[in-house]
Design a protein around this ligand. Structure first.
Ligand SMILES: [Ca+2]
Ligand SMILES: [Ca+2]
Ligand SMILES: [Ca+2]
Ligand SMILES: [Ca+2]
Length: 298
């Protein structure tokens, strides 16, 4: 009896030891989570009312120098006029915005393969007839992200196709929930993003975000839209062996087999789950949301 217990414990120990080894790649390069830890005392956040500067006491122990405005918020800028609706013009055009940020301000937050993700989405979407705008690394400031989303929304009309892709850091930050992070380290919350795309005219929109803790962005997936996400509450990863974000890698690979976003998303989710199953200490939660009747082709 005691021997068998010892044996079970020994086997469990050995199994966990072996699993532990498997997380170390032979070249010493390991998968990297695309998670960002916020340590700044004052955090810039994009909101519907402009940039807000939020005071953050978590993870920071130094003196806090408050910004000029006592509440930490600049005065609200006037609301821009409502975007006029662009009705169908009889020509189905395809527009995409692909963002990939490997190079963040400073060196502590840099990633490796987000720019590759954006390039590969661009190449695929170009092959499907999309006009693609790409923002990579230092181009993807908060101001440029907003400007290019505005441009995308003014280009597309009521019979066009729209794709938005993002690869970079993600974080679930306090009351703001899921946020993208621009190269100049502004948090870009899902609520801001949703309010932008509320003005979209296209009845054919695909979003995909390969970042950590990014599931909150699913609130943009209203009728006629699909969203695919490399994570919900957990982390997304990039892998030197794949030279991409793991989710993006399988999305791009999936186009060899599928011709619609639903099939491709299912393929990528399965691919990422299988990838994670080789590591005892990596759990993943990629998912997609389909609010488009029938299959959506790119
Ligand atoms: Ca059109
Ligand atoms: Ca950098
Ligand atoms: Ca429009
Ligand atoms: Ca569908």
């Amino acid at each position: 009896m005691r021997k068998s217990v010892i044996c079970v414990i020994a086997c469990m120990f050995l199994a966990s030891f072996l699993a532990n080894i498997s997380v170390i790649a032979e070249n010493g390069e390991n998968p990297v989570a695309r998670v960002y830890i916020e340590k700044r005392p004052i955090v810039p956040i994009l909101t519907e009312d402009g940039v807000e500067w939020e005071i953050n006491t978590e993870g920071y122990e130094g003196p806090i120098e408050k910004p000029g405005n006592p509440k930490g918020k600049p005065p609200k800028p006037p609301k821009p006029p409502e975007e006029p609706q662009d009705p169908p013009d009889g020509e189905v055009e395809k527009y995409a915005l692909c963002i990939g940020i490997s190079d963040y301000e400073g060196t502590g937050n840099d990633l490796n393969y987000c720019d590759d993700d954006a390039e590969e989405w661009k190449a695929f979407l170009n092959s499907q007839g999309y006009t693609v705008t790409i923002l990579k690394d230092g181009q993807a400031t908060a101001a440029n992200i907003e400007a290019k989303i505005n441009e995308l929304l003014s280009n597309e009309d009521g019979d066009d196709y729209v794709v938005f892709t993002y690869s970079g850091h993600g974080i679930k930050y306090k009351k703001h929930g899921s946020c993208m992070i621009s190269t100049d380290l502004y948090l870009v919350p899902h609520k801001w993003f949703k309010s932008k795309f509320e003005n979209a005219d296209s009845p054919h929109i695909f979003f995909t975000l390969d970042a950590c803790q990014i599931g909150g962005f699913q609130d943009s997936v209203s009728t006629n839209r699909i969203g695919a996400y490399g994570s919900n509450n957990l982390y997304s990863y990039e892998d030197p062996e794949l030279q991409n974000g793991v989710f993006t890698y399988y999305q791009i690979e999936g186009w060899g087999t599928y011709d619609n976003f639903e099939g491709d998303s299912v393929y990528a989710i399965q691919g990422m789950e299988d990838w994670a199953s080789q590591y005892y200490n990596i759990n993943v939660d990629p998912f997609y949301v389909d609010n488009f009747a029938g299959d959506m082709s790119p």
